[in-house]
Write a protein that binds this ligand. Structure first.
Ligand SMILES: [Zn+2]
Length: 375
């Protein structure tokens, strides 16, 4: 007769309690999770202090519960139970969509935005009039202005754009900030963007020597305003590619001037990654790798990165994606549906150290790469 393990329920509970304490924030790194919300945005920042910042909450409608759950999964991985600061970059459904759902599941202590909606649209207007005030009534509400500092223990968090305005002086202490931007002279403006995209709240975050830039969906001409004639941002280590990698953002005055070593694109299966945008991103000086949240049909093999840098596939398996990109279908009810992805969603995780070293991991395949300062 084999001996029975002597293991009481009380002992098991005690051990689990210790284990769960050990699981709360012991990391010495700033961890950034670029969460797959299918062509929307949800990016979670957790420094060693455990004081968290979430930028955007994913998609509206039936996708809200899915995206809130995906954000919660990243929070669990990071060992946090609440969102201390939620920045909503702008009032488009792929950015504020999961907010009410997420706030019903976890405590959100501060709601930050650029102010009211400038692009009348029923879902956003309804949300802003009815739902949003109820959410922040029990918390703090902040309308961010360029130059504001969001107080986060262990990070220097600066708002560089908000409500169509931008910082008017260079970021203090940022390498290269304040120098003339050589890409401004060849800038070609696009049509004036009157949508919410141009209102996006943009953040520049410093952790020791590590710098990351996230401008939401800020569009092409606003990039010029922010980056010309002086480069007010300087150079960064990591860039969260603007606007899901669409070609109405990501001009060379931004993409080439910031000299990011690595970039992460929050694209969808058929949103972002168009040839025009990819040509600019791939030719960015100093860029070692572009990481993507999805394979994009708009890139084709011609413009995409190797699969090991891509976090998510689609439900209908494909042996290969065609070499040629497909043209972006005209939006509207007649547009063919984008390839669906309802299976497991993988985030791309960044772990940054104070000395500027950072590691990016693709959680689908476990591939990771470390970027060391001065190399
Ligand atoms: Zn968007």
């Amino acid at each position: 007769m084999s001996p029975r393990p002597v293991f009481s329920i009380a002992a098991a509970v005690a051990i689990m309690a210790v284990f769960s304490i050990a699981q709360t924030r012991t990391a010495k790194t700033l961890d950034i999770y670029v969460i797959d919300v299918e062509g929307g945005n949800a990016t979670l920042f957790v420094p060693p202090s455990g004081e968290s910042v979430l930028i955007d909450t994913g998609n509206v409608g039936p996708a809200a519960a899915r995206d809130a759950a995906r954000i919660q999964a990243a929070m669990k991985d990071a060992g946090i139970q609440q969102i201390d600061h939620l920045i909503t970059t702008h009032w488009h459904g792929d950015h504020f969509g999961g907010m009410a759902e997420l706030a019903s599941r976890v405590t959100v202590k501060e709601f930050i935005d650029h102010g009211g909606n400038v692009q009348p649209a029923q879902p956003a207007d309804d949300f802003l009039q009815k739902t949003y005030p109820q959410l922040y009534a029990k918390a703090k509400h902040t309308v961010a202005k360029p130059g504001d500092k969001i107080p986060v223990a262990g990070l220097d968090w600066r708002i560089v754009a908000s409500g169509g305005e931008h910082i008017t002086s260079a970021l203090q202490g940022a390498p290269g900030a304040g120098k003339p931007n050589p890409y401004c002279s060849s800038f070609q403006p696009q049509e004036v963007d009157k949508t919410e995209n141009a209102q996006s709240v943009g953040s520049h975050v410093t952790f020791g020597k590590f710098r990351v830039l996230h401008l939401g969906d800020l569009t092409w001409n606003k990039e010029f305003d922010l980056m010309c004639p002086q480069n007010r941002i300087g150079t960064v280590d990591l860039w969260i590619v603007s606007h899901h990698g669409q070609a109405i953002s990501n001009s060379p005055v931004l993409a080439h001037a910031i000299q990011a070593r690595a970039a992460i694109m929050n694209n969808g299966t058929r949103k972002g990654g168009q040839p025009d945008a990819m040509r600019i991103i791939h030719s960015a000086p100093g860029l070692e790798d572009l990481w993507q949240i999805h394979f994009s049909q708009l890139s084709g093999q011609e413009y995409t990165v190797p699969g090991m840098f891509i976090a998510n596939t689609i439900d209908e398996p494909q042996n290969a994606i065609p070499i040629a990109p497909i043209p972006t279908p005209q939006p509207g009810p007649g547009a063919p549906p984008a390839p669906a992805h309802n299976g497991t969603a993988y985030w791309i995780k960044v772990s940054a150290q104070q000395d500027g070293t950072f590691t990016i991991t693709n959680t689908r395949n476990g591939f990771s790469k470390t970027y060391r300062p001065g190399l």
